[in-house]
Design a binder for this molecule. Structure first.
Ligand code: C2E
Ligand code: MG
Ligand code: MG
Length: 612
């Protein structure tokens, strides 16, 4: 709302609307005003005038002809004044009527001024200048009403207004998340008391600068730039306001989860910790921060701000220079999550990721036909972490892009080495999981072809595993990407089939090569007739479409033989082998090399614990 006035202030020439049904008058006025340096918008009736004045960046000076067909100038005037939420529009009525009664009618309708036709150019320009002065004053009043005079930051009213927008938006869109941080300096009174008010004021401006720096976009919060969000496409991820003496509030807009609030809180504390230099004297202060997260489900902006303040007060009671979340149970979860994200980021530098490979076997003869690469994280103090413990966080922070590409390279390089060392006939294949974020990358296809070229792996031996949710997002794009991938000659595989939308038309549309029946059906099928039916249906569906099928999660001999008798050709599961590191795979391949890579009947791998 008020943004409009700020935008107008930034623009060089003033925009003005001319509404007149007489073409000659319009042309004359347009020419005069353009020569005077205005940016002119011309319309020929009242309806269009209203439209133009109602748009968010519409003109704020208007010359309205009193007599127009349809809505006349006076009516437009009344309508504009009725909509009080708009920034002020200065209206001059153009009229041939000069009787006192008429003038009063026009002014009562909300016109600021009137000018009689035919109008004198100099008089018109003088009256417009008067209008501009008033608009400037109005802008200044609006600005002052919404900003803190010392730091020029938004004030409490501005903040609450924006927060209210977020809260209303959040009530309609449950996926939209935001957070409020209440930031209070811990020892500010000491500064004011010992160094004086003006030093205190100077310090507040410096603090505001550092706080602004703390909410600048970094890699982790890039996503806000993609989606825009309520804060727009500015450099900051939110709004910083000064709401009182040494008290600031931050609105973090369009975030993924509460841990982003913690990230900003940590950054604030680090930024404030650096001593301030006041006349050669180092001044140390700290900040206490309270965080309220929209996930709690707010319906009023004041409640959310109140909760952030309460959390900030708790942070002070608990020893200052720290942050607290309004909901203590959320605090534990969010700070755990924050630590996870921080450690994940470090893991990429410290090379803590590992790949394990799980064999995929033929159900007909137990030959190993290939492998699926599965990521693991050797997290210090935690041991080997399975993907369930970090993939979601890696997705949300975008780190999956790095991890995914690393796994792809590692798996392709490894398979190429195995295929040179062990002459399986046909060569072994390697399946690599592709996440939603990876799939959404514009250069996915070239990344994959680069890896194939660098590692020298034959493309037909690489299988990309996609889930339905990954591919269903944008059908047109998916079709195009899958076509390009097929051109590379890699194989496409639908993972966890049966758990998503699983429609027949879906499989047809995307023409995939391989289908993996989700583990849940396999583990259930001998005890639940419905699961058995689903397995049968999937098998006949795949056979009609000429797709290969791999059953996932086969854990018992019974499941394996049942699947074989139903015509399922391939399987993967603990019954055959757990995922293993590359050394364990190599020694097993070596052991069964002479037997055409047939797994021993009594599976030795099954007994091997995952190697750390
Ligand atoms: P997925 O692609 O469906 O992989 C199969 C999962 O089932 C693996 O779990 C595997 O260890 C497990 N599994 C295999 N056989 C059996 C069995 O007989 N019984 C049981 N209970 N489980 C079995 P894991 O390694 O924990 O991976 C879980 C999921 O994480 C994967 O499901 C995949 O969606 C994802 N993931 C793993 N590695 C990557 C990766 O490199 N990139 C991406 N984007 N996602 C990955
Ligand atoms: Mg998979
Ligand atoms: Mg799967």
């Amino acid at each position: 709302m008020h943004l409009r006035s700020r935008q107008a202030r930034k623009q060089g020439s003033t925009r003005i609307l001319i509404a007149d049904d007489d073409a000659l008058t319009r042309r004359l006025l347009e020419k005069t005003l353009e020569q005077a340096g205005y940016e002119v918008v011309v319309v020929e009736n009242g309806r269009k005038a209203l439209e133009s004045l109602s748009s968010t960046d519409g003109p704020r000076l208007a010359l309205l002809d009193w007599l127009m067909p349809g809505r006349n100038g006076v009516e437009v005037c009344r309508e504009i004044r009725r909509r009080s939420e708009h920034p002020y529009i200065y209206i001059i009525l153009l009229t041939a009527k000069t009787s006192k009664v008429d003038v009063v009618t026009g002014l009562e309708a909300g016109a600021d001024d009137y000018i009689t036709k035919p109008c004198d150019a100099e008089e018109l320009k003088a009256r417009l200048r008067c209008g501009e002065r008033i608009l400037k004053l109005e802008d200044k009043l609006t600005y002052d009403a919404l900003h803190d005079p010392l730091t020029q930051l938004p004030n409490r009213s501005f903040f609450l207004e924006r927060l209210m927008l977020c809260v209303s938006w959040g009530m309609l869109h449950p996926d939209y998340k935001f957070a409020v941080l209440s930031v209070d300096m811990d020892r500010f009174k000491v500064v004011n008391d010992s160094l004086g008010i003006s030093a205190g004021d100077w310090l507040l401006v410096q603090i505001a600068e550092r706080l602004l720096g703390s909410i600048r976009r970094d890699d982790a919060i890039l996503r806000t730039a993609e989606v825009g969000g309520m804060a727009g496409r500015s450099e900051e991820v939110g709004i910083l306001a000064r709401v009182g003496g040494d008290k600031f509030t931050i609105l973090l807009d369009n975030i993924q989860n509460a841990s982003e609030g913690i990230r900003v809180a940590e950054r604030i504390q680090q930024a404030i910790q650096v001593p301030f230099d006041i006349d050669g004297q180092a001044v140390f202060i700290t900040a206490s921060v309270g965080i309220a997260f929209s996930g709690t489900g707010y319906s009023a902006a004041e409640d959310m701000l109140g909760d952030a303040n309460t959390a900030m007060a708790r942070a002070k009671t608990l020893g200052k220079a720290r942050y607290e979340m309004c909901d203590p149970s959320m605090h534990a979860a969010a700070s755990g999550r924050f630590r996870l994200e921080t450690d994940l980021r470090r893991a990429t530098e410290r090379q803590e990721f590992r790949v394990q490979y799980q064999a995929i076997v033929s159900l007909l003869d137990s030959h190993i036909t290939g492998f699926e690469a599965l990521v693991r994280w050797q997290r210090p103090d935690y041991g080997l972490v399975m993907p369930g413990g970090f993939i979601t966080a890696a997705e949300e922070t975008g780190m999956i892009l790095w991890i995914g590409n690393w796994i792809l390279q590692e798996a392709c390089r490894q398979l190429r080495a195995w295929n040179l060392q062990f002459r399986g006939a046909p060569p072994f294949t390697m399946a690599v999981n592709i996440s939603a974020k990876q799939f959404a990358q514009a250069d996915l296809v070239s990344q994959i072809s680069d890896v194939l070229r660098e590692t020298g792996l034959a493309p037909e031996n690489l299988r990309l595993e996609l889930t339905e949710s990954v591919t269903m997002r944008d059908e047109e794009r998916t079709t195009r990407i899958l076509r390009e991938l097929r051109k590379l000659d890699v194989r496409l595989c639908i993972d966890d089939f049966g758990t998503g939308y699983s429609s027949l038309s879906y499989l047809r549309r995307f023409a995939l090569d391989i289908l993996k029946i989700d583990r849940s059906f396999v583990s259930d099928m001998l005890i639940n007739s419905e699961s058995m039916e689903i397995v049968k249906t999937i098998l006949s569906l795949a056979s009609n479409l000429g797709m290969q099928v791999i059953a996932e999660g086969v854990e018992t001999a019974e499941q394996a033989s049942q699947l074989r008798s139903l015509g399922c050709e391939f399987a993967q599961g603990y019954f055959f082998s757990r995922p293993l590191d590359s050394a364990a795979v190599a020694s097993t391949l070596l052991a069964c090399e002479r037997d055409s890579y047939t797994l021993p009947r009594k599976p030795v791998w099954q007994l091997t614990a995952p190697v750390r």
